[in-house]
Design a protein around this ligand. Structure first.
Ligand code: PRX
Length: 631
């Protein structure tokens, strides 16, 4: 399935557009099916309704585990590196991982979990997280993994939205020199979650936890009560594999739904191609399994290809900014896939942390999650890759399931800070505000996709209408990504950032409406408006304009209170970087906040604010500018 040359890419790409069904059927032949499909694809983007490999039967864990056992059973599947460099790393061979997944799948069954049940996973970055994910997939339960940075309230909302029956968590997690009390957060969340019957708790930090009789069980006790034989549930290709919540322009996060067959084919194919993975290599994706990048490129993509995937519990700068590089040296990492925010943060320490570390094992580098700036791209290329490692700048989304626009390592000629060309099977187009296609090169527009690909979302959990409204209604018959994009003179795509009300903070997607709702819950706040602003390390920061007429003590303390409320309502990842108290917001006569103006002010622009004549009270803008300059 691996493309070897640019000519082959061009030919493959053309074939994938002219004959998409034959193309994807050919790729799907590389996977293990209990029964092949009756029909490759049926679709429309109106309802929308998308079905890939209809009638096929499979289990994704047989593709990720069982099929590798005979030849590669003793090969490392997972290498785990602790937050603490002094702690020994752990290697799980495919044989051991298979056994542990089957064992834990039996634990789930013993606790009443059945095919189709939703399971919430809130765990540290430990092998048991991957085991829990795969154990769900083994028995056809639907996992909903929640990133460790979300608050009890966010977790409760997600658990209730999909009526999860069971939660898998740990006592706590380590992140640098911090500890997060995961079980305590879950206990708070579960006060408002009537559907949850059982909680399975892994011991990791061994911090004291409360264990409720009849509800809470220790992971370590449970696995002793079951054996390691667990037949894989036969799944329909279009059965649900997982739900992953993600933020958008409006309302609460929505549960993006991915199904078994198409997702597997897409994650496996894109992994194998873009990174040019070779047998025996070590692949290190630094994302958290709580995000889509971890789902597709720590767990399912690599394991479906029999790769060795490295799971790192910690952060790039702990205990020192050499940590990533030391891991590369220690485990002879061949492919390093990380985020621009991590690169920028490490870049700020200069090259000293790289000195004396042997990183000659590196062959391919990757970037994901946000636009990479040229300075960071060159630093990554020169200081980390020594100009020998292609950088694949991979553009994709939670909704797309896998990489969409990305170089193929050693195949696509690179351009710094550019996602380059669509992968085979991906048909992007740019449209103007009216939805008219912008043709030709050297143009800018809103990025849409006009044809389905196997890894695409099928619905948003429990609310198909929302899926339709969010992705398929802005421009009829097209999937709208929410991103702006430039197509350069050579037809290369460069993503310029979100064009909707979503902020990308350190590669994390945060809806401005969500943050505003959280701030507005704070006693004393009358109204707020949140926008993104350029941030040197995080890419974008969060800037909140807040109307709070009666501040009863120090404004700085009040700001801290507001941050506390946001942390409680969403989680620490959504805390504004800047809060500005204002007496009014720039609104049109119809009462709409003109975010365009606030964005400019947040960027430090004070003069060319564009047309302000439609504002209800133009004077408010001068007041905000004056206050912003004081901040
Ligand atoms: O704005 C794009 C940005 O991240 C968004 C998707 O976020 P999420 O669903 O959390 O998935 C992140 C990991 C796939 C996109 O709409 N984005 C992602 N990758 C890139 C990017 N922006 C520019 N360049 C990229 N390589």
């Amino acid at each position: 399935m691996q493309i070897k040359s640019l000519a082959e890419y061009e030919e493959t790409y053309k074939f994938s557009v002219d004959h998409p069904e034959e193309f994807w059927a050919g790729i799907a032949e590389n996977f293990l099916w209990k029964k092949k499909w009756d029909k490759v694809l049926s679709w429309n983007f109106t309802e929308p309704k998308i079905k890939w490999f209809e009638g096929a039967k499979l289990n994704i864990t047989e593709n990720c585990l069982d099929r590798h056992l005979e030849k590669n059973g003793d090969k490392p599947a997972i290498i785990w590196e602790s937050n603490d460099p002094e702690k020994p790393s752990v290697t799980l061979t495919y044989k051991i991982l298979h056994e542990q997944v089957c064992r834990f799948a039996n634990v789930l069954k013993k606790n009443g979990v059945k095919k189709g049940d939703r399971i919430c996973i809130y765990m540290p970055m430990v092998p048991e997280l991957a085991i829990a994910v795969l154990a769900c997939a083994r028995i056809g339960a639907v996992h909903s993994v929640i990133f460790g940075g979300f608050s009890a309230k966010s977790i409760a909302d997600r658990i209730n939205d999909s009526a999860c029956k069971l939660v898998i968590t740990a006592d706590g997690s380590f992140r640098g020199n911090k500890q997060i009390q995961l079980k305590e957060v879950i206990d708070d969340a579960l006060i408002g979650c009537p559907t949850v019957e059982k909680v399975i708790v892994l011991t990791h930090t061994r911090t004291p936890v409360s264990m409720l009789k009849g509800r809470d069980l220790w992971y370590e006790d449970e696995i002793k009560l079951v054996d390691t034989v667990c037949p894989a549930e036969e799944m329909d290709a279009e059965d649900m594999l997982f739900i992953l919540y993600t933020s958008g322009s409006t309302g609460k996060p929505k549960g993006v739904v991915h199904t078994v067959g198409g997702y597997m084919v897409y994650a496996g194919y894109t992994f194998s191609n873009a990174f040019n993975y070779q047998p025996g290599e070590v692949f290190f994706c630094t994302a958290d399994i709580g995000w889509i990048t971890g789902h597709s490129y720590i767990v399912y993509g690599p394991l479906s290809q029999g790769a060795t995937t490295l799971i790192f519990e910690g952060i790039p700068t702990y205990p020192t900014p050499s940590r990533f590089w030391e891991i590369v040296e220690k485990h002879k990492v061949n492919i390093l896939y990380t985020a621009p925010t991590a690169i920028r943060s490490l870049m700020s320490f200069g090259t000293e942390p790289l000195n004396g570390i042997d990183m000659s094992s590196l062959r391919v580098l990757g970037s994901v999650g946000e636009p990479i700036n040229e300075e960071a791209w060159h630093w990554f290329d020169e200081e980390v890759g020594h100009k020998k490692c292609p950088i694949v700048d991979t553009w994709w989304q939670t909704e797309t399931g896998g990489l969409m626009i990305s170089p193929i390592a050693f195949v696509t000629p690179l351009k710094p800070a550019c996602a380059t060309l669509p992968l085979p099977g991906v048909q992007p187009l740019l449209v103007d505000e009216q939805g008219k296609e912008i043709e030709g090169n050297g143009v800018n527009g809103n990025l849409c996709i006009k044809f389905p690909w196997p890894g695409m979302l099928r619905t948003t959990y429990g609310d198909h209408e929302r899926c339709k409204q969010t992705y398929f209604s802005t421009y009829p018959e097209l999937y709208f990504t929410g991103d702006g994009c430039m197509r350069d003179e050579n037809g290369y795509y460069k993503i310029t950032g979100r064009v909707d009300d979503v902020i990308n903070v350190s590669g994390h997607r945060i809806g401005t409406a969500e943050v505003e709702n959280a701030i507005n819950m704070h006693a004393g706040v009358v109204e707020s408006a949140v926008v993104g602003f350029p941030h040197e390390v995080k890419g974008q920061g969060i800037y909140a304009f807040v109307i709070y007429p009666k501040i009863h003590d120090e404004p700085e303390l009040t700001k801290k209170d507001i941050l506390q409320t946001v942390t409680r309502v969403i989680g620490a990842i959504a805390k504004p970087d800047k809060i500005l108290f204002v007496s009014g917001l720039p609104k049109t006569r119809s009462g709409k906040i003109m975010r365009r103006i606030l964005r400019k002010i947040a960027e430090g622009e004070t003069t060319s604010l564009g047309d302000t004549s439609t504002l209800l009270d133009p004077a408010v803008v001068d007041e905000i500018i004056a206050a912003a300059q004081q901040l």
